[in-house]
Design a protein around this ligand. Sequence first.
Ligand code: F6P
Length: 327
Amino acid sequence: MNNIKNIGVLTSGGDAPGMNAAIRAVVRAGIYYDLQVTGILRGYEGLISGDFIDMERKSVANIIQRGGTILKTARSDEFRTQEGRRKAYDQLKAHHIDALVVIGGDGTFTGANLFTQEFDYPVIGLPGTIDNDLEGTDFTIGYDTAINTVVNAVDKIRDTAESHNRLFIVEVMGRDSGLIALRSGIGVGAEAIMIPEANMGIEGLVTRLESGRKDKASKIIIVAEGDDMGGAFNVGKVLEEKFPAYDIRVSVLGHIQRGGKPSCMDRVLASRFGVAAVEGLLHGRSGEMVGQIHREIVFTPFDHAIKHINAAETSPAWLKLVEILSL
Ligand code: F6P
């Protein structure tokens, strides 16, 4: 055990359902181990400006089921600069905060990695992003809830598509990653899924539609935001020209995917990660992200975690599933 007495916790980048459960776990674990816990508002922005609040047991009561983040979040340009990170370090020293838990995605960990190296300051990360695009964990906090939100929305779209004999192109989030599109697409029985990792291209999609069954009442194509085709509206335009007989509609699901009550899977994941982060810091760990692989807690260095190699789940075998099942 080392000399840590006060731990700071913040959420940064895009919010994700389950972030509150993670904050709760960090606070409760901190108190359990006789530490003081300081909440930092608005991510790295609040760290730089010293926007800090004391966290007690009650500060995190009744939040495990709430979406969003009670600590607020932001994307900070200033923290990308060395000067910004120096200000953050000075704030931590001035407030006698000995270690940090940062909850976020690849942008959050890129900043944390620089910070921990520049100042030799203990930082542990918790993967909180709906995108699931981090190496070193099977799942990130928020992903399970987000894909279930997509499935619920697209099931409704399927009803109207089926009634009107329509083809729907549904865009889901994932700036650099197709994992939301892939899992939710399989979950809704999509006829095709377009993701940046596989780059099906419009020709691939046209071939798929031409070779598919013509007598289907409805067709659903899921497009990841980051796909090379540049979004669902572009796909829609091209398909309208190629298939004038199809009645085509486009739906962009947007930020509903980031909100809402976290699923039980996300609450439990966040709870395990929060406790592991505090215990990790107390055992002298730093510069790493907590994750879960094959049900075990693992720690992965930040620079490895942000490489987000999704090879396993975006392999041809997964994509073949879509082809086989959409017959
Ligand atoms: O990183 C999570 C994410 O939801 C991405 O999938 C998406 O591209 C991005 O955030 C959008 O973020 P914002 O609306 O905050 O700019």
